[in-house]
Ligand binder design. Structure first.
Ligand SMILES: [Cu+2]
Length: 672
């Protein structure tokens, strides 16, 4: 399999490329391998991400100016092979696009400080799709950034950029945290699935974080890694056989001896198997059935244009665009206890060197259209190593938190010390690598696993538990520790405080249509009675080929006006999101980070009150529960004036992208 290709090579190289495995009875594997030429673009270390190129070459300058170019290209996914029709971002430091990073998955990372001005010349160099309407229109949404409305990059703030076109985004970043960027036009599901995403890490400009690093309270810059954890499906030469357990993304055999993907394939009629996506029901980029199957090595389109449809997780999990390689694992229930037995790594598995006793900080982004990333770190003996969340979408927390478990009767549906990152969510996580002893020895390997999660009530996604990071112990260094009592921002001038004083409510301005109900309903029905993901039951037909193109009834006018909310700039509001469905929905608000207060059951179950203050833009709302949050509609500069950037049209939606496309989307309009 593909190994160790240089990260900046655009040459044609001869590599061992394909491997076809057939699982026989008794688990015997038959594997065939061969050679072919591929254009290697990425496929480097899974533990590094490329960085944005700044026009002035000075990363300390307060202005970061770059050209972000979207292209269709061949991308090396490491152990998962090569995707020939991936979509990838590159960053160039000049208008001629002559000095650029290699296009890859993920796109280049922005590392910024609060107060930086970001000027991005977006260049859509995707090929024309040959479809009517054109499907490769695009743009960039700066997810979570509280920027000026004109730079928000959505279908209600700017026209889509056609292939060959450009658009200038120009904004100032105001809040520290982990953010990301991705297209939003034309539902964006296919483009995100094919690789158009990148991370944004913003540090405060008061020195709080630097102080915590310098004093050893949080790990050093060298001990900090960006992990963009995504998923993808690449068609193979013979589906579904090449998705047998010879592939590195399949590593769990459950207690009844089945690989979970097999359950996925055979038992779930709502899932998109590779065979359905690649061969049986291939879709074009407008969601229309096309009789032509995908060639091996191509990523299929996944977004159907209808109001409901098949959707599921991608079949291979990627760490910074690369599959890190498998490891055997057996999870059993023994006397009521779940026991993890961790075995050998595949020979292709890629490890990161760590020292026993060090701290490790992971800044994690989940750009997957559908998959929740449920993460658990274990040592080589299967013993869990706790992950502490020190921050995420709104910068550092006052103190680290342990997430998951059952808190006051409220069941998070994942275990304490694990981290759950819903689609589009981010987490800033620290683990203390234990000192040597037991299963922690020099040359032993810890693994960070991505586990299946019950995102639909009482049922699993039936995705296998797979490694997303392998940590190889090379030596011993100190005895780093962290706990919920560790002071992060708590004792600094930057401590996060509650949004306490409410100053207004939703209100309709002159000639405005919409709802003034502060409780936004996430619904799986439309007011015509049909099954349809929606907000308040308001349908949003989204047929890319006809009326309703891109959710618009006519230029700039969405179908969902009846569910839109309106409020005046500079007010602090308390709003709710009630999930009336039996599935989780990660709720995302554009333009304004909000403080979650509580999750309460609508069916008489326990509630959870957030015991800490944090600014978020994604909160996963469990089935049949209500999220209550507070939001301050703060103003910010426009591209030309010092005020008024907070005014305008800000989408809110479920970030399971097919749900948003089917209609679980509306907007908050902020007026004067
Ligand atoms: Cu949803």
């Amino acid at each position: 399999m593909v190994q160790g290709l240089p990260s900046n090579s655009e040459k044609f190289v001869k590599v061992t490329r394909w491997k076809t495995c057939l699982a026989g009875v008794l688990g015997l594997m038959l594997c065939l391998s061969g050679n072919e030429s591929v254009q290697a673009t990425t496929g480097g270390s899974p533990y590094e991400v490329p960085q944005v190129l700044d026009a002035d070459g000075d990363p300390n300058n307060a202005i970061v100016e770059t050209w972000i170019v979207a292209v269709q290209t061949s991308v090396n996914l490491g152990n998962a092979g090569t995707a020939n029709n991936a979509m990838a971002f590159k960053s160039c430091s000049d208008q001629q696009l002559s000095n650029c990073t290699t296009p890859g998955i993920p796109g280049p990372e922005f590392r910024l400080k609060v107060g930086n001005r970001v000027k991005v010349h977006y260049v859509n160099n995707l090929p024309t799709s040959g479809l009517t309407p054109e499907a490769n229109v695009s743009g960039i949404h700066w997810h979570g950034i509280e920027l000026n409305n004109a730079s928000d990059g959505t279908e209600v703030t700017q026209p889509a950029v056609s292939p060959g076109g450009t658009f200038l985004y120009d904004f100032i970043v105001s809040r520290p945290g982990i953010f990301w960027y991705h297209p939003h036009h034309h539902s964006s599901t296919n483009q995100v699935f094919k690789g158009l995403y990148g991370s944004i890490i913003i540090e405060d400009n008061q020195g709080y974080e630097a102080q915590l690093r310098n004093s050893g309270i949080i790990p050093s810059a060298e001990q900090t890694k960006t992990l963009v954890l995504s998923d993808i499906t690449v068609c193979q030469s013979s589906n579904p056989d090449t998705y047998a357990d010879g592939l590195p993304h399949v590593s769990v055999i459950d207690s009844i001896g089945l690989n979970k993907w097999q359950i996925n394939y055979s038992n779930h009629d709502l899932t998109q198997t590779p065979r359905i996506l690649c061969e049986d029901y291939p879709l074009d980029a407008n969601g229309v059935y096309t009789a032509v199957p995908y060639s091996p090595g191509n990523i299929p389109n996944v977004q159907s244009p209808s109001l409901t449809g098949r959707m599921s997780e991608g079949f291979t999990v990627l760490t910074n665009g690369v599959n890190v390689g498998g490891r055997s694992l057996n999870i059993q229930k023994i006397a009521g206890e779940v026991v993890w037995t961790v075995g050998a790594l595949e020979s292709e598995a890629q490890t990161l060197d760590v020292q026993a006793g060090q701290g490790l900080r992971l800044q994690i982004v989940n750009p997957s259209p559908v998959r929740h990333m449920r993460l658990r770190l274990t040592d080589a003996g299967g013993t869990q190593v706790f992950l502490y969340r020190i921050g995420g979408e709104g910068g550092l927390l006052n103190n680290p938190v342990i997430e998951g478990g059952v808190v006051g009767g409220f069941d998070f549906e994942y275990e304490a010390g694990e981290i759950l990152i819903p689609p589009a969510g981010r987490a800033d996580v620290v683990a203390a690598i234990p000192t040597t002893g037991g299963a922690i020895q020099v040359n032993s390997v810890l693994t960070l696993w991505q586990e299946d999660f019950q995102r639909v009530l009482d049922t699993w996604s039936w995705t296998p538990t797979v490694p997303v990071m392998h940590l190889k112990v090379t030596s011993e260094a100190g005895s780093y520790s962290i706990g919920t009592g560790t002071a992060l921002l708590a004792n600094t001038g930057g401590a996060v405080t509650a949004l306490n004083i409410l100053t207004g409510n939703l209100e309709l301005g002159k000639n405005e249509q919409g709802s003034t109900n502060p409780d936004i309903q996430l619904t799986f029905w439309a007011n015509n009675g049909a099954f349809q993901a929606s907000i308040d039951g308001v349908p949003m037909p989204r047929d890319f080929t006809g009326l309703g193109k891109d959710g618009m009834a006519s230029q700039g006018n969405p179908f969902y006006l009846a569910s839109s909310r309106h409020a005046a700039l500079s007010n602090t509001l308390e709003l709710m999101v009630t999930n009336t469905t039996g599935a989780h929905h990660p709720f995302h608000l554009h333009g304004f980070s909000f403080q979650p207060k509580s999750l309460t059951s609508t069916i008489g179950g326990p509630s959870y009150n957030f015991p800490y203050f944090e600014f978020r833009d994604i909160v996963d709302v469990p089935a049949f529960s209500t999220l209550t949050f507070r939001v301050s509609l703060d103003d910010r500069p426009t591209t030309k004036k010092s005020v008024g950037g907070g005014l305008g049209r800000w989408l809110f939606h479920c970030h399971i992208l097919p749900h948003a496309t089917f209609g679980m989307m509306s907007e908050l309009h902020v007026h004067k």
